[in-house]
Design a protein around this ligand. Structure first.
Ligand code: FES
Ligand code: FES
Length: 358
């Protein structure tokens, strides 16, 4: 399977603009993107390949946008599959124009990986060979990830694309540069003994053993790694969510020895001999935990992003025996924020689970 098109934008060249209904707010090149043109896209849920697709997207640090006359969809590493545009005559015309700009003919499927600066980093013509669309896309993403890895060397998939985080950091760095340079200038005129000491070198990696949901995992990590990052980035346990990364939203709540903690402010290196429970560890033998079930039955979620943290907090809260009245539940759950405002149903779910427990 060839990596480069003869007619499409080549690797290293600027990606043509993409104007597709539903995608207007996403056409900025500030975000790395995998663009898939498919000739007959049909969304048949559930898309069983989603976990694999998400894992590849996480590695590439990119969003997948599937563009077809049958609709436009977005898939991100941590968000539900999102339809951006439905099939229409207008969409079909726009898709045809866009595909032409990318050198893709109406009987072809193709994938382009575009970095945060709008440069094509990989392109690939899909060969379905009778396989379903999402399975073929999964293969293409795997090939893109592998190509990125080979091109940049060991551990480079994180570096091939200009991620949102890198973009933000770059903006901050540029924004601070002037202030920094002025400070340096000022520093030159100060007596030597008032200068800042040189930066400390990075500490050496440490080996840790984490007991998570009854399974022991051994990792070699920077000692400054948070438990949240160890779970999500190193172990692929993405049920625990990263919201604020600063101890304020509760999305990252896990249980350590049965007590709720925010994993974003907990160092992985400090919890080695303790029992960690994450949202993935609640269900037993394929049956949801009573609190999970109550959240489903009482519609205790909307987008669902805060839900793992809410559920972990609720499990501990009920075990602690606190909170019999709604006001107490509100007080005890005040560390878990929900941007969708699903609070009334969350409280109803917790009260129902508490009553079931007796
Ligand atoms: S991500 Fe940990 S509290 Fe918000
Ligand atoms: S359900 Fe969306 S943030 Fe809580």
């Amino acid at each position: 399977m060839s990596e480069s098109f003869v007619s499409g934008p080549s690797v290293g060249s600027a990606a043509p603009d993409l104007v597709v209904p539903g995608l207007e707010r996403r056409v900025s090149h500030a975000e790395p993107r995998v663009l898939a043109f498919v000739r007959d896209g049909k969304l048949t849920e559930p898309v069983t390949e989603l976990p694999t697709i998400r894992a590849e997207l996480r590695g590439l640090g990119a969003e997948l946008v599937v563009v077809s006359p049958g609709g436009v969809w977005s898939v991100r590493a941590d968000d539900p599959l999102e339809p951006l545009a439905a099939a229409s005559a207008e969409l079909a015309a726009e898709v045809s124009d866009a595909a032409q700009r990318y050198g893709v003919t109406h009987d072809e499927d193709a994938v382009f990986v575009i970095d945060g600066r709008g440069v094509v980093r990989f392109n690939h013509r899909l060969e379905r060979r009778g396989r379903a669309l999402w399975a073929t896309l999964t293969d293409a993403l795997t090939i893109a990830g592998r190509a990125a890895h080979m091109r940049e060397g060991h551990d480079a998939r994180q570096r091939v694309l200009f991620t949102r985080r890198e973009w933000t950091v770059t903006c901050l760095v540029v924004g601070c540069a002037t202030a920094f340079l002025s400070a340096c200038k000022e520093q030159e005129h100060r007596p030597a003994d008032r200068r800042s000491p040189p930066a400390e070198p990075a500490p050496p990696d440490v080996e840790v053993m984490l007991r998570i949901n009854g399974t022991v995992h051994r990792l070699t990590i920077d000692p400054r790694t948070s438990l949240l990052d160890a779970l999500r980035e190193r172990l692929g346990m993405t049920g625990t969510k990263k919201g604020c990364d600063g101890g304020q939203c509760g999305a990252c709540t896990v249980l350590i020895d049965g007590k709720r903690v925010v994993s974003c402010l907990t160092l992985a290196a400090m919890v080695g001999d303790r029992d960690i429970t994450t949202i993935e560890g609640l269900a037993r033998d394929g049956a949801l935990h009573p609190v999970q079930r109550a959240f489903v039955e009482h519609d205790g979620l909307q987008c669902g992003y805060c839900t793992p943290g809410q559920i972990m907090s609720a499990v501990a809260l009920i075990r602690e025996g606190h909170a019999t009245s709604d006001d107490e539940v509100r007080e005890q759950m005040s560390g878990n924020l929900c941007r969708c405002g699903a609070y009334p149903n969350i409280i109803a779910a917790i009260q129902a689970a508490r009553r079931t427990r007796g």
